[in-house]
Write a protein that binds this ligand. Sequence first.
Ligand SMILES: [Zn+2]
Ligand SMILES: [Zn+2]
Length: 108
Amino acid sequence: MPSFVHQRCFNHAGSEAAARCPECRRFFCRECITEHDDRVLCAACLKKLARRPLARRFAFAQIFHLALCAFGVLMAWFFFFLIGEGLSKMPDSFHEGTLWQVHWIDKE
Ligand SMILES: [Zn+2]
Ligand SMILES: [Zn+2]
């Protein structure tokens, strides 16, 4: 097999690649690659993964914000439901607009 077919390490041009990082799809030698959670990653991607818990916290904050928004919508719906309930309990003449006419007539 010709030597140029072999991939070189992304960091070490002189070293032959031993594995390919599934994250960045670059080739790395045994020195540069590390095993993490049964996955072989390069040092750069391992750093990225190490930073992830912070991103997860941010995602949790987003979920919390979304839940808060949903709660707000629910409260708004409940508020309008109460208004609707109140309106339905009002006399029919109010909805028909005849209630005011009755008063108008009484005054006349
Ligand atoms: Zn990588
Ligand atoms: Zn290397």
